[in-house]
Design a protein around this ligand. Structure first.
Ligand code: ASP
Length: 440
């Protein structure tokens, strides 16, 4: 079982917890593309050995080797156990390492899905001659599946001394109070790395991937977008939440609280400095662009309500949100005017619920008009330097108008860190390219 089989061995190495900061420790997390095959793993070994501070290594499961290939995690979700074992055997054999994956045949659920990280961790630990520490020993969830940070802290502290000598930890999962394995959401190894960096008080949290840092826009949409050299935690979280795939949005919190910089680096180009994600006060003055980055996604719905006198009706929004709560539907934005209000909701949230939700909203809020518009894309433009700068919105709207893109909704919080624009799904790429061209 991931995390437990090596426990006895690891325990012998434990010594008493010391409260000292590990100033010269780097937590280095390697994503699936960095571990897709033996050739990639060799690059990872060189990177780790290239800096003696890289003593805590967190791994994802092997990712895609070529377009159309499957990620290890997807093989495991599809219960393709033999294919998964074959891939691990290929990687291990090419590196001259023995790995016994026969337990995979008896696994199911989160235990099986997390075993891509588990066996990758085993292989890399042997290759580096670091100690393997299963994530069930470190990352703790409460019953119900919420991360239990205090318990995780207590567990991690016990490995502090071992960490100074070099450990490999599989990302993406932890243990529930009954000891069973629970996974994070997809891409969750980033969260594991961030938690470990925060608790062990690392000096840097390195996140190694297959691009040279965070790019200003999706390279699949914009040709050759500029790299962001430095950005703030808040900007990263906004971009990640909006759809930038480079880092899990929940990975920002732990290191942000501990004020540990994140350095996003490229395993295929380790000489490149990548992107630094830092606290506001550490941000270099941005001189070139008003915006930091653009991200977004398709497939949102707008639930639009109109009612004469809505502004005067005490508790109107409360009734609406109560219906959403009843159906467990989260919403992204709530633009409103005097007699109308819209909720922007990810369409995945509405699957199988839409007609019941509609009925209940009508009964609770008694709107004059209720319309549900599907097929909206949200484009999120992020940049702390947009704040207090006149003309940014005008430039953005002008660029979209010139490109023939109709704006369905627009939302800017008072912090002025991001502007969110709703456009039709079909206009999404055109909108991103137009905004990039106007600001980059
Ligand atoms: N292997 C998992 C996934 O594909 C977790 C991760 O890579 O962080 O989502």
């Amino acid at each position: 079982m991931p995390g437990v089989s090596n426990f006895a061995k690891v325990r012998q190495d434990l010594s008493h917890h010391k409260e000292e900061a590990m100033d010269n420790l780097i937590v280095a997390k390697f994503g699936g593309s960095s571990l897709a095959d033996a050739a990639q793993v060799r690059k990872v070994i060189d990177i780790v050995k290239g800096d003696p501070r890289r003593k805590v290594v967190v791994v994802s499961a092997p990712g895609k080797r070529f377009a159309g290939d499957s990620k290890m995690t997807d093989l495991l979700i599809a219960n393709q156990v033999m294919l998964a074992r074959e891939r691990f055997a290929q990687i291990a054999t090419a590196l001259g390492i023995d790995v016994d994956t026969s337990d995979l045949c008896q696994m199911s659920g989160d235990l099986l899905v997390s075993s891509g990280e588990y066996y990758m961790g085993k292989i890399l630990a042997k290759a580096l001659d670091y100690t393997f520490v299963g994530a069930s020993l470190l990352v703790r969830f409460k019953t119900g599946g919420i991360l239990d940070m205090p318990a995780t802290k207590v567990s991690c502290e016990q490995f502090r001394d071992l960490a100074k000598r070099g450990i490999v930890v599989p990302g993406f999962y932890g243990a529930l109070p009954d000891g069973s394995v629970k996974i994070f959401s997809r891409g969750g190894s980033d969260i594991t790395g961030s938690i470990l960096a925060a608790i062990l008080k690392a000096s840097i949290y390195e996140n190694w991937t297959d691009v040279s840092g965070v790019l200003m826009a999706d390279p699949g949409v914009v040709e050759n977008p500029r790299r962001i050299k430095t950005m703030t935690y808040r900007e990263m979280r906004e971009l990640a939440y909006a759809g930038a795939h480079v880092l899990h949005d929940e990975a920002v919190y732990p290191v942000r609280k501990a004020e540990i910089p994140i350095n996003v680096r490229n395993t295929n180009d380790p000489a490149d400095a990548g992107t630094w994600i830092v606290a506001d006060e550490q941000l270099e003055e941005s001189t070139s662009t008003a915006i930091t980055g653009i991200a977004g996604r398709n497939n949102f719905s707008v639930i639009a309500l109109e009612k004469a006198g809505m502004n005067a009706e005490v508790g109107f929004v409360w009734k609406l949100l109560d219906v959403l709560k009843k159906h467990c539907v989260r919403f992204e934005h709530m633009p409103s005017s005097i007699d109308s209000l819209s909720l922007v909701v990810d369409e995945r949230e509405l699957e199988g619920k839409l007609s019941f939700l509609e009925q209940d909203i009508r009964a609770a809020c008694r709107p004059d008009l209720l319309e549900i518009e599907r097929g909206l894309a949200l484009v999120c433009v992020v940049g702390q330097s947009m704040a207090h700068k006149p003309g940014v919105l005008a430039k953005l709207a002008g660029a979209l108008a010139k490109a023939g893109v109709n704006i369905h909704m627009i939302d800017q919080g008072s912090s002025e860190v991001s502007i969110i624009v709703g456009v039709e799904n079909n206009d999404y790429e055109k909108a991103v390219r137009a905004i990039y061209k106007a600001f980059a």
